[in-house]
Design a protein. Structure first.
Length: 173
């Protein structure tokens, strides 16, 4: 079953979890809004659009809360953008709307992108995270990611090191 056909439930059986599906051009305004409020390195609408339109092997997913729970014109709760290159998954951005955090959305997005990558025979996943972002580091560690390196002064605004994290997903072909 592909991500586009699945509805992922959170750990709680009482409350419905997020629905994860492929990102489309129609999602980009909300994706950029979430990006801007999350403190991620800026991609912006043009970069997301170019990635969607590219022939690169990308995984771009959005999450919506089941049952249509939304505030105002918001329908997207979070998103993840990643690329598959030579059996490796490179997670570029993962963000959840501030008001929707601690609802299982980040976990649903991360497990969905990892499952899609594994079905595409990726054997390892990589990401960079701000050295000072211990909340994100703990989140990734819970899924099995481990720190494997550091990029000095990787983030420009504010200037900060990045920790490189990886997750072994299977045997290298």
């Amino acid at each position: 079953m592909s991500v586009s056909e699945s509805r992922l439930d959170s750990a709680s059986e009482v409350a419905p979890g997020p629905f994860v599906s492929p990102m489309s051009e129609h999602d980009l305004l909300e994706v950029v809004e979430i990006e801007q409020s999350s403190g991620l390195s800026r991609w912006g609408w043009n970069a997301y659009y170019a990635e969607l339109a590219s022939e690169n092997r990308h995984l771009m997913l959005v999450a919506r809360l089941a049952g249509g729970i939304a505030e105002g014109n918001e329908s997207i709760s979070g998103y993840v953008v990643a690329r598959l290159v030579a059996g490796e998954l490179h997670i570029n951005n993962l963000a959840v709307r501030q008001s929707h955090r601690q609802c299982g959305i980040g976990t649903a997005l991360l497990t969905s992108v990892l499952a899609e990558a594994k079905s595409a025979e990726a054997f390892v996943a990589f990401l960079e995270v701000r050295a000072g972002n211990t909340v994100a580091q703990r989140f990734y560690e819970k899924v099995g990611f481990r720190v494997v390196g550091r990029r000095r002064n990787y983030y420009p605004e504010p200037r900060e090191d990045a920790l490189i994290m990886s997750l072994e997903m299977g045997r290298k072909p």
